[in-house]
Design a protein around this ligand. Structure first.
Ligand code: HEM
Length: 384
């Protein structure tokens, strides 16, 4: 049930209310302008309310007219979705001008008292019921007004939260990219020395068993180098060099490169999209990495004989890239962590693949979503 329907049910606003309010409007239409004048007379008595009305008499004259429209449409209805949409706009407008929400209560009471007077004057026979109808109507109006204060505050909170997360992430990325760079130099030196050592061992200088130990160290260094490379791809303060790029061509290219490795696992890769190119302004090497990581993960999650499908399509204002596999899906408890750096469920995985994808998609101003229903589908949406 929509918000408005729920609200009507809650305050008990029904067709009888609508009929009474319409009778009131019919009898008192010519007096609504006076109500509007009175409303603003009371309003400007209060200095804080006056402070919001910054544009002088012309603004008040305009507001008086909009208030007459407001009362008329509230009394006559229909109280449908379009009505709710208009009320939403009015509510948002008050939030935008910085009107404190407590003024809404007193302002609505001014309106309430004046409408009660009109009921007494014009509908004496159904006075009690019609006063109730007015109250139910104004309660709904007030609820909608206040709801938008609430929604606005929530949205502000989410924006602030998102900003602070981004700032934190950027700080951690900068710090750790610096550290990773520093680690790389001694690691390269160690690798060089190890190669010299291995060469001498092979020539027979010393205990041949040491060769196995050296091989082990070499593998460990290799792993560490790979981790550093991937980590730097995630953490390096990123600069985007965007150019018009055909995403279908790019996806085909990545899939051709990944096909042999997938074939070894018995997994079939395909790209689906229209014949003509779909262009978007992207950083091609970074997008290559996004597609490659997604396709590689999908292929690794697939059972032998499984299919990985890549779809490229135009959407409203952008492009969507979907990568779907026929694997077992991602367990719910894992789902919320898949973009965390170093989080991996794969044997030997560095846990950087999806963190890189996430960071590069966000860098493009895009969004990534995941859907698990009989397999896994990653959906990347990028602005054009
Ligand atoms: C019962 C309470 C109120 C109702 C029904 C009401 C109604 C309206 C309506 C219909 C609009 C036009 C919105 C649009 O479509 O752009 C509006 C705007 C506005 N209202 Fe209210 N209002 C109420 C309370 C107040 C109060 C207490 C103030 C305090 C000063 C106020 C100040 C304004 C201002 C400054 C604007 C924007 C005017 C502009 O566009 O120049 N309103 N209001």
């Amino acid at each position: 049930m929509g918000y408005l329907e729920e609200l009507k049910r809650y305050v008990g606003f029904d067709s009888q209310d609508v009929a009474r309010l319409q009778r009131l409007h019919h009898a008192a239409a010519s007096e609504l302008a006076a109500i509007s004048d009175h409303f603003y007379e009371v309003l400007v008595e209060h200095e804080a309310a006056r402070a919001v009305l910054t544009e002088g008499p012309a603004q008040i004259a305009r507001l008086k007219r909009t208030l007459v429209d407001w009362v008329s449409s509230a009394l006559t209805g229909p109280h449908d979705e379009a009505y709710y949409e208009r009320r939403t706009r009015i509510g948002r407008r008050h939030v935008a001008i910085g009107l404190p929400q407590q003024y809404m209560f007193t302002a609505m009471n001014v309106m309430r008292r004046d409408l009660h007077h009109l009921v007494e004057k014009h509908l004496p026979d159904e006075r009690v019921a019609a006063v109730d109808s007015v109250d139910r109507l104004l309660d709904m109006e007030l609820a909608i007004m206040l709801r938008h204060y609430h929604l606005e505050a929530e949205e502000r909170l989410v924006r602030r939260e998102r900003r602070s997360q981004t700032e934190k992430l950027t700080a951690v990325q900068t710090l750790s990219a610096g550290l990773a760079h520093e680690v790389r130099n001694p690691l390269n030196a160690a690798k060089l020395q190890l190669e010299l050592l291995e060469r001498r061992l092979r020539r027979g200088d010393g205990d041949p068993r040491l060769l196995d130990a050296a091989e082990l160290v070499s593998q460990e260094i290799g792993r560490l180098s790979k981790l550093l490379d991937e980590f730097l791809a995630f953490a390096r303060p990123a600069d985007l060099s965007a150019n018009p790029t055909d995403l279908i061509g790019l996806a085909r290219h990545v899939v051709e490169l990944e096909r042999p490795a997938a074939a070894v696992r018995g997994v079939v890769l395909s790209v689906h999209g229209p014949e003509q190119p779909i262009e978007a302004n992207v950083d091609a090497p970074k997008l290559h990495q996004i597609v490659q990581n997604l396709v590689r993960n999908a292929a690794e999650a697939s059972p032998p004989g499984g299919h990985v499908d890549v779809f490229i399509e135009s959407i409203d204002g952008g492009v969507a890239l979907r990568v779907r596999d026929e694997g077992p899906g991602i367990p719910a408890e894992v789902l919320s962590r898949i973009y965390e750096p170093f989080f991996s469920t794969k044997e030997g995985g560095t846990g950087m693949g999806m963190a890189i994808v996430h960071s590069l998609v966000r860098l493009h101003g895009g969004e990534i979503q995941v859907r698990c229903d009989g397999g896994t589908e990653f959906i990347v949406q990028l602005p054009r």
